[in-house]
Design a binder for this molecule. Structure first.
Ligand SMILES: [Cu+2]
Length: 440
């Protein structure tokens, strides 16, 4: 059985920006050209999106997140103009110009199938409705999608916007920092959470973004649904028995999820990328010393996780109240890398922005005159406007518990603020004072 729908490529390109039409059809977010946001006038007086296309949420800790969203026929959920405004900031601070999936590449271990779920299967056209019960405490918004069977468009009530508790935000004793009448401060954190559901064959993907009150952004892709029914014949050792006595062997396969992040830190596309590594550096009386070094990444590069290594994107013209350059750190913890493809062999790829470089692989299907994949986007250019591609792989060896429906398996990463604010954005007001910011 063929797992996937096949259909001719079409695209609906309604402009989302600046549309003030009262007609429902035109106020619904629709798929659009991925690079479209770059064509906006720099000093647009009108907001980048209005009505149902805009998400604004002030969390209990005082942090406000704002963004625009749409459903792309390929990439599914696309977030643009993502800004963060903690309690003591008078203006929103821009973080991401746009953020979305760049590809989901799924090869099966026996060499029988390989899918590019974003570009080829067109994940975005497989949008599924989200039931009210699956968006607890939130609201489900609608969007238009091209019908994947080739006829017209349909409305899908398929974007959940909600909030979720995230456990401890902090717990501390103010006597430690010298407050006269010491108190124990504590708070529980909250996230703004947005997600969509898309069917790709028998799989259902949850594309989720959490925006925390402390400024952290978490991207996670969940795979659920059902194991591909055509792939229960792994008799050659490339699967795992999931039926009675091992007659049915589910084929193992790899999900390489690649996200495309077009940073706009502090409101400018211009930014720098740095890599930090911490290494052993001798010892003093038997106690080890460590040395952390910074490497400015001036040219396009592919990076690999290593012990004590991380990267950050640094704003070129935006500083916090302490005078430190604002930056956002990429936190990438775990990944099974599919080494056969150059575009899934590394943990991050950082390319200089180019409008036609839209997908991590299979790019020529939609951008025929352009380079084919993210590894090929790295051709030695200077990095002045970096686009960060984060690759998180999961090698899925099925288990009995994957039937049925399959429990969601997640893969993702985080973007964590570093020096975006002079103190924690959640510091209680009575502690948000110079005497508690740094010790001399
Ligand atoms: Cu899987």
């Amino acid at each position: 059985m063929n797992r996937f729908r096949r259909f001719a490529h079409r695209s609906t390109r309604f402009g989302v920006w600046g549309v003030v039409s009262a007609a429902v059809l035109f106020s619904l977010p629709t798929g659009g050209a991925e690079g479209a946001d770059t064509a906006l006038p720099a000093a647009a007086a009108t907001p980048p999106c209005t009505g149902d296309s805009a998400i604004t949420k002030k969390l209990p800790g005082g942090t406000t997140w704002r963004m625009c969203w749409r459903n792309s026929p390929t990439a599914g959920l696309v977030l643009t103009h993502v800004t963060y405004q903690p309690r003591h900031e008078s203006k929103p601070i821009e973080v991401l110009g746009s953020a979305r999936l760049g590809q989901i590449n799924v090869p099966y271990d026996d060499g029988s199938y390989e899918y590019n779920d974003v570009t080829d299967v067109r994940l975005g056209e497989g949008a599924l409705p989200i039931r009210a019960a699956d968006c607890p405490g939130g609201t489900v918004r609608s969007f238009r999608v091209t019908d994947s069977n080739g006829g017209g468009t349909r409305t899908v009530k398929g974007l959940c916007v909600t909030t979720q508790p995230r456990g401890f935000a902090y717990h501390g004793d103010s006597g430690d920092v010298g407050e006269d009448e010491a108190r124990t401060d504590s708070a529980q954190g909250q996230d703004l959470v947005v997600y969509t559901l898309h069917a790709v064959g028998w799989y259902h993907y949850v594309t989720q973004w959490n925006f925390s009150d402390d400024g952290t952004i978490t991207a996670k892709e969940g795979a659920t649904g059902n194991l591909f029914s055509g792939a229960f014949n792994a008799s050659d050792g490339t699967g795992w028995p999931v039926g009675k006595n091992g007659a049915a062997k589910a084929l193992s396969h790899q999900h390489s999820v690649l996200w495309r992040l077009d940073f706009k830190p502090g409101g400018s596309w211009k930014s720098k990328v740095e890599q930090y590594d911490t290494k052993a550096n001798g010892a003093v009386d038997g106690i080890g010393r460590l040395k952390t070094s910074r490497k400015r990444m001036t040219k396009e590069f592919a990076g690999d996780n290593a012990n004590d290594r991380w990267w950050r994107v640094v704003a070129s013209a935006s500083r916090n109240a302490d005078g430190h350059a604002r930056s956002w750190e990429i936190v990438h913890n775990r990944s099974d890398k599919y080494t056969r493809h150059a575009y899934t062999r590394h943990d991050v790829y950082v390319s200089q922005y180019k409008a036609c470089e839209q997908y991590a692989s299979d790019n020529r299907r939609l951008n025929p005159g352009c380079r084919p994949s993210v590894d090929k986007y790295l051709n030695g250019e200077n990095l002045t406007r970096p686009v960060v591609w984060v690759n998180v792989g999961f090698h899925h060896i099925a288990r009995d518990e994957d039937q049925t429906p399959m429990p969601v398996h997640w893969q993702g990463f985080q973007i964590v603020p570093r020096d975006v604010t002079d103190m924690s954005p959640l510091t209680p007001d009575r502690l948000h004072r110079p005497e508690f910011n740094g010790h001399n």
